[in-house]
Design a protein around this ligand. Sequence first.
Ligand SMILES: Cc1ncc(COP(=O)(O)O)c(C=O)c1O
Length: 426
Amino acid sequence: MINDRSEKLFQRAIKVIPGGVNSPVRFFRPYPFFVSSGLGSKIVTADHQTYLDYCMGYGSLIFGHAYLPILESVKTQLDNGTLFCIPSEKEIYLAELLTKIIPCAERVRLVNTGAEATMTAIRLSRAFTRRKKILKFKGGYHGAYDYVLVKAGSGAATIPSSDGSLQEISEETLLVEYNDFGDLERIIKKESENISCLIMEPVLANYGLLLPEKNYLTEIRKITKKYGILLIFDEVITGFRLAVGGCSEFFGITPDIATFSKSFGNGFPIAAICGKKEIMDQLSPSGNVYQASTYAGNPVSVTAAITTVESLLKNKNKIYPTIARLCDTLVMGIKDGVKEFAEHYTINSIGSLFQIFFTADAVSTPLDILKCDTKMFENLFWDLLKKNIFIPPSMYETCFISYSHSDEDIEKTIECYSDSLNKYTK
Ligand SMILES: Cc1ncc(COP(=O)(O)O)c(C=O)c1O
């Protein structure tokens, strides 16, 4: 690997940017490579190395890098202005589009980031139920702010909490084990009068990749309804990725509120809170739940989202089966190619998402993940990088396949994974 320029850039970066990166998941030891461009399934580094990308902006780039139809529509918008902070027709069009696709979306508010979306969803729930506490899953990640940064996943997976967070706020957050309905039922029965909402990633994709067990989501929908607890599906990763209608469509379960970002804008900063009208109409100026943002609904991101969603809708019968087939081929290919070592690893996958874990057992809860061999994962990460394949550097993240990945990309990836894993047998 040639990383001379990346090393120099990192030395420059740490003098002006804390830790040299603008988000902690981007850092890995001794220093991350720096990127200069991306096209389709590949990225090019500052040292002119080309990597096959399975990070894909942590799941944002469902169409891959620099997808032409989105670039073209955005370029047209750039000529017509980038920010007005005055309502525009495109915002209505995008919201109308979402009300047709997302089952719970009677009203839509656009924001810029996933954290803003989930923060607003929680505030709406507190106002609607007049209850203070929230329920979240251990290992679930919903953004980097106080009341969800408690036993969170993603980059926060290895830290119990954040310095500077207020303990009196995190005390209002009750924690449950994913895929353990008994745990959820026990807490709800004890605290139901205080719990405003359950916020969850229906497929937990920020603590490795954990899939909901059979009937789990159905039971969750039933119990939250019974106790008047609002169910928030945080679909920042799964929205527009598992299906156009996200997990609601994929699993056939409708939450009270759903939040979207990432694949919604294929790399442009945009997010949405969608929900039933009686909940959403509490938002200012129609109600008293305050939420505001200068860049919300900016025409550039809105244009990118319209083109993304329209392209997904138009080609959904081709796109979703294709990316799921590529993912299945990849997972089956690795399993076929790595027989001797088979009892030492397991792969979880759904749609276009996959992750490998170094353990002999099935992985369905965060507790299972804690038993996995992180050193082996690190070895694999470096082995793959040497073979020009980039996966997120942490076992607590998920790998993503985009519509721009080709059969050849997948073949190459199977060979590289198999080669590395078979080496560990010796
Ligand atoms: C499920 C989920 N929710 C919320 C967020 C926060 O989104 P953002 O980083 O855009 O604030 C993330 C980010 O990775 C996420 O994966």
